[in-house]
Design a protein. Structure first.
Length: 309
């Protein structure tokens, strides 16, 4: 069905004389080269569509949300070579997530590494509406964007501010003044971009492991997992102050002051074994409540990811 809808959009693009796949690139004109960016657009239907698919093409990574629900199949999409910036796309069936009236499509984009580019994401929303009529809409200047409270940093790490619920970016109620129209790049998605299957693309959490032991080194705590793995370290913090900064192996987290909060990467993929956790002048070792290693492997892999040994 995805291929049928995708072919239908190709025909519609040809009929309108649009370039390439009629999926113009959009970007944020106010975000810097390291910023992760939210893109969104609202759609109004008269009845729930019979069929619908969303194709997202990017030079970085993304998460796709429909009406506040994450429809991205894996935890890190798409799967790409380290720091690679080639255009990769994924198509998702989304009719089950749609409402019969108002709908919001949102994309959280992250550069694969700090890079200023007008080619951040391109989106195509296609399907058959409740009356049996085909529709096909592509990203353009009617999409809105704003900087996320996250960014990548040059050494392969990330920075993130806690306390920002997804509904603030993906729900119907937004502060319009904080969003700006997306900037459209000249030209559309190049024909050479690669479309990947949603069921097999990206990285998934294969298992969760605990540290083998830890050492206290001055004001830092070093957790050793006893084995190297490619993935994320997730730390649960308690009694942190508002604005306190904690560094978890290169992931800088700005605390909210809530009773329990978690610091974890989202779009960078390091190899971990000994992980240093430290913070600013307000950091206390006793704030660390739990430390977990999230081992990531390719979605289509049935065995161990080669970086785990």
């Amino acid at each position: 069905m995805r291929l049928l809808l995708f072919s239908l959009c190709l025909l519609l693009s040809a009929a309108t004389g649009a370039q390439s796949l009629n999926m113009p690139w959009v970007a944020s004109s106010v975000a810097d080269s390291a910023s992760q960016v939210w893109f969104r657009k609202g759609y109004l239907f008269r009845g729930k569509p019979r069929q619908a698919s969303l194709t997202v093409v990017t030079t970085g990574y993304f998460e796709l949300y429909v009406n506040g629900r994450n429809v991205s199949t894996q935890v890190l999409t798409p799967r790409r070579a380290a720091f690679g910036r080639d255009a990769l796309g994924v198509t998702y069936d989304v009719e089950r997530f749609l409402s019969p009236d108002s709908n919001v499509v949102a994309v959280l984009y992250s550069p694969a590494s700090p890079c200023a580019t007008p080619y951040q994401v391109a989106v195509q929303f296609a399907g058959v509406d409740a009356r049996g009529h085909a529709f096909c809409d592509a990203s353009d200047a009617s999409w809105l964007c704003r900087r996320a409270r996250r960014r990548v940093i040059p050494d392969g790490g990330e920075e993130a501010e806690g306390g920002w619920p997804l509904s603030y970016f993906t729900g119907n109620a937004i502060d319009q003044a904080l969003w700006t129209p997306a900037t459209v790049a000249h030209g559309a998605v190049e024909p050479s971009f690669r479309l990947l299957p949603a069921s097999a693309d990206g990285m998934r959490v294969a298992r969760i492991i605990k540290p083998a032991f830890f050492d206290v080194v001055g004001d830092s705590v070093v957790y050793d997992f006893g084995t190297a793995f490619q993935g994320w370290v997730r730390v649960t913090l308690r009694d942190a102050r508002v604005g306190e900064q904690v560094n978890v192996g290169g992931m800088v987290y700005v605390c909210t002051g809530q009773m329990d909060e978690q610091a974890c990467r989202k779009f960078t993929l390091p190899v971990c074994r000994r992980v240093w956790i430290y913070g600013d002048a307000h950091f206390r070792k006793s704030q660390i409540q739990n430390v977990e290693g999230l081992v990531l492997e390719p979605a289509e892999s049935g065995g161990m990811w080669p970086w785990t040994w």
